[in-house]
Design a protein. Structure first.
Length: 318
């Protein structure tokens, strides 16, 4: 169940109060224990940490504010990792009005030392914003640009440039790491192209309908996929707010659906809801939009789409 922004602000205020004295009165060290020869950088999500590791190996201590498998709509920060942010050389924020980031930075930005450079990844790249379906907010852009391998690659370039500035002696290694990450992203494109070559009946006017619980996949399904000639219409069962299992089934059936894609932190991923879904003939696929390795998660998603489309086209031909 997603939390409202007011709840997020209250939780963050409590966190800031807990660390306030330390932040105000103690000079925190970037270098601790075995990591005393490495600078610290902080990221919002695990997939950013994965990019850093792919580019720079273990040259940096990386602090992740939101662990994989947790929703960016709720707060899991602890005083310790907020303090580590204050100790960082750089904080890489996604910057697309991710609900957690907006609430967090509004409350703590004034307390972040000037020594911490905040790099807004989305402001640093060119991308075409897709309208949000979340809670019916059709006049706002969707925040989940990291579900597009194209934009992941562009953000990786920004990260590589900043890491190189921090550690210029390793510029060649980081360039090679970026090249490797880009090649891995291109393999996701190869998998999407193979999917498009297998299923050729969709058009922009008549796309395949893909039911999802949380509308996190619009960039992947409706923008990235279209570049490869396969067209999807993402329909979220919670576009107008939280739903029960029965209501979700009704929405799926009204869209002639037989499957739904859920995140690990959705209500739709609970055993009770999945059992109800499957009893009603609805296949439940689980895919994590906050995975530490987004390229692997997107490749897995394509595999699930292959299974879904295979069933869909087989049913249509009967």
């Amino acid at each position: 169940m997603l939390m409202k922004k007011s709840s997020i602000f209250l939780i963050i205020v409590a966190i800031v109060v807990l660390i306030g004295a330390a932040a105000a009165g103690v000079v925190l060290s970037k270098n601790n224990g075995d990591n005393n020869d490495r600078e610290t950088v902080t990221v919002t999500m695990g997939w950013e940490a994965e990019i850093i590791e792919d580019i720079a190996g273990d040259d940096f201590n990386v602090e992740v504010m939101l662990p994989a498998g947790t929703s960016p709509h709720v707060v899991y920060s602890t005083p310790s990792n907020v303090a580590n942010l204050y100790n960082s050389a750089v904080y890489f924020e996604v910057g697309t009005d991710v609900e957690w980031e907006v609430a967090f930075l509004e409350d703590v930005k004034e307390d972040i030392p000037d020594s911490v450079e905040i790099v807004n990844l989305s402001e640093s790249i060119a991308y075409v914003g897709m309208m949000s379906e979340e809670y019916g907010e059709g006049d706002e852009y969707d925040a989940h640009i990291w579900t597009s391998p194209e934009y992941l690659t562009e953000m990786a370039k920004v990260i590589e440039e900043k890491l190189t500035a921090l550690n210029p002696d390793h510029a060649g290694e980081y360039a090679a790491g970026l090249e490797g990450y880009t090649a891995a992203a291109e393999k996701v494109g190869d998998a999407m192209q193979a999917l498009a070559d297998r299923y050729t009946t969709s058009t922009a006017e008549s796309p395949y309908v893909v039911m999802v619980w949380h509308p996190a996949w619009v960039y992947f399904l409706q923008q990235y996929a279209a570049d490869y000639g396969i067209y999807f219409d993402m329909v979220s069962v919670e576009s107008n707010g939280d739903v029960t299992a029965d209501k979700a089934i009704e929405i799926i059936e009204n869209n002639n659906g037989s499957a739904i894609f859920v995140s690990g932190f959705d209500e739709g991923s609970t055993d009770a809801v999945k059992e109800v879904m499957e009893k009603n003939g609805i296949t439940v696929y689980t895919i994590d939009p906050t995975s530490e390795n987004m390229l692997a998660a997107l490749t897995e998603f394509i595999g699930d789409l292959d299974g879904y489309l295979g069933d869909l086209t087989a049913t249509s031909s009967e």
